[in-house]
Design a protein around this ligand. Sequence first.
Ligand SMILES: [Zn+2]
Length: 278
Amino acid sequence: MKLGDFELTAVRDGLFRLDGGSMFGVVPRANWEKQKPPDERNRINLALNVLLVRTPDAILVLEAGMGEKVLGKGIDLYDLRQEEPLPAKLEALGVRPEDVDFVILSHLHLDHCGWSTRKEGDAWVPTFPRARYLLQSREWEAAQKPDLRSRPSYDPRNFSALEQSGLLALVDGDTQVVPGVKLRHTGGHTAGHQVTYLESGGERLVFLGDLVPTFAHLRTNWHMAWDLFPLEVMERKERMLQEALRSGDLLFFTHEDTAAFARLASDDKGGLLALPIE
Ligand SMILES: [Zn+2]
């Protein structure tokens, strides 16, 4: 897909499932099950959507999927379905690991940064050997000493090697990466969560990360039980989505299984509706 001078490609690191209750917090199942029907184990289907961005200045990968660290029981627990490794999918699109200039991570939960590293012998090494890996320093700090609640969501094998190899590029707050690519700190889901804005030729895309993981999460008070700061999520989400509706922004959803790209419209009850773009 074109966004001004940028070429955008959604690449999927597979599908998985998580408990529907954990994805919708206090929203009753009777409400969410109409939008996201659960399986017999109460799990809803989710995608691991990664965005490849080619600008005149750089090649960027936004988010890095689940990777190859979930094995055995984990595959059953998450019903993880990956066909081909993400690097092979990128190569098929003409992008070799060494071609990637930047990897932007919204945060370091294990379903967002899995392909940051890959296995070489017994060690985990950066998958993209030349890339600078961009994330908020608050997220990095939280991942080094996770609170009790967040500990299972952080797998150091996904990120320790980034620091050792000198590829880690920590930022504080809002930052421009290359012309037309801006990081915006949001907090909410985690204290260091960030989103990315892409802008070219008068068009704009918002990469929402885990602030709005699926179309069903467009409603302000439908948010994940995983969110560490729910009120912050609701407030930031409301502001960003209203701005996106007004500006006609394109949106990218990391966990929506029906389509990664959408635009917004108002429904007849004053709520927001996703218009998927194939
Ligand atoms: Zn997360």
